[in-house]
Ligand binder design. Structure first.
Ligand SMILES: Cc1cc2nc3c(=O)[nH]c(=O)nc-3n(C[C@H](O)[C@H](O)[C@H](O)COP(=O)(O)OP(=O)(O)OC[C@H]3O[C@@H](n4cnc5c(N)ncnc54)[C@H](O)[C@@H]3O)c2cc1C
Length: 292
């Protein structure tokens, strides 16, 4: 199909293996661009075709419909992950760069502020879009500039001051794809990489297929996992989904769970938590949709 885009792509590709939940159907076409020019070419081409286009990093916060995605998907984790140093205290990272790799890179350079990212299995682009965080830090606390490509293929550079970020969400002045970020390196940091990773393996079922936390915490001092435990759902099994006994906010795919199973169990948890505690839980995971 479309040879003039000349960007490596796979047709009718299963998406489940591109996510950490291992759930989802097929996409018409999946692209693995290596340069900004290639991303621009895909965007412009899909706009000309008037076809849906989406973007993903590591698929670690994504629920993909079993019916698949009838459009193109740009996957940045494979080829779009270079980095450079800007002055001595600013890293410029392509959006597919992995968060744990960034934490390690910063640490070996003597900067401790990004250690909290070491246990977040996402890309820089996905982390910025989700304002990913842990241990009272979030990535947007350290982002200085973000480069994006809009729906027409134009490149924009946004200063942090024009980007809105709050708990697990970021809003940009335009719709589009995050392509690069400038992230500040600081010497101060409360936790070491070893402490962050040890805490994770003690408290989270890391070997299982999941999307991390299913729900956002409804309040700074009340965690969704604690509420799910209080209403007696820890360990609950629904088809091939299990509410983790290690961390009740993790919903594990133990075999062949479907996207519909996830939506059903999400609603069951929300209803029970609301009925018994009055708290409304909002899902943290995203469903794959057109980014334009
Ligand atoms: C075991 C485990 C532990 C986790 N722990 C944490 C945690 O401690 N804290 C936390 O915040 N999250 C956590 N997560 C969730 C997840 O890792 C983060 O939200 C991560 O930042 C998502 O990045 P990603 O590259 O996987 O994004 P994806 O899942 O691929 O995409 C997520 C969303 O971002 C969009 N997106 C992706 N890339 C771009 C881009 N370049 N430009 C624009 N939009 C983009 C996608 O379209 C989608 O809407 C965890 C997940 C797992 C599986």
């Amino acid at each position: 199909m479309q040879p003039f885009i000349s960007v490596p792509s796979l047709k009718n590709q299963s998406l489940k293996d591109l996510t950490t939940w291992r759930i989802g159907g097929y996409s018409t076409e999946v692209f693995f661009p290596a340069t900004i020019e290639e991303i621009q070419r895909i965007v412009v081409h899909y706009r000309m075709l008037d076809r849906p286009l989406s973007v993903m990093g590591y698929g670690s916060n994504l629920l993909i419909d079993d019916r698949g995605f009838d459009g193109g998907i740009i996957v940045l984790k494979k080829n779009f992950c270079k980095h450079t140093l800007d002055h001595t205290d600013l890293l410029v990272l392509e959006a597919g760069f992995a968060c744990p790799k960034l934490a390690r890179l910063a640490w070996t350079m003597g900067f401790k502020n990004l250690a909290f990212l070491s246990g977040i299995p996402g890309s820089i682009g996905g982390a910025i879009q989700m304002n990913a965080g842990a241990h009272h830090h979030a990535i947007m606390d350290y982002v200085k500039k973000v480069e994006m490509i809009d729906t027409y293929g134009n490149i924009h550079l946004f200063d942090r001051s024009v980007i809105e970020a709050s708990y697990r969400q970021t809003h940009f002045p335009i719709k589009g794809i995050v392509t690069r970020a400038w992230i500040a390196l600081e010497q101060e940091g409360l936790l070491s990489l070893t402490e962050v990773l040890a805490h994770r393996s003690r408290t989270q079922p890391l070997a299982a297929w999941s999307c991390g936390s299913v729900f956002k915490n409804p309040h700074a001092t009340i965690s969704a996992g604690w509420l799910i435990e209080q209403v007696g759902l820890k360990g609950f099994v629904y088809n091939e989904l299990e509410i983790s006994v290690k961390h009740a906010n993790f919903m594990l795919n133990t075999g062949n769970a479907s996207s519909q199973d996830v939506l059903t169990l999400t609603r069951m948890i929300q209803q029970r938590v609301y009925l018994l505690t009055g708290y409304i839980l909002q899902p943290e995971y995203q469903t794959l949709g057109s980014c334009f």
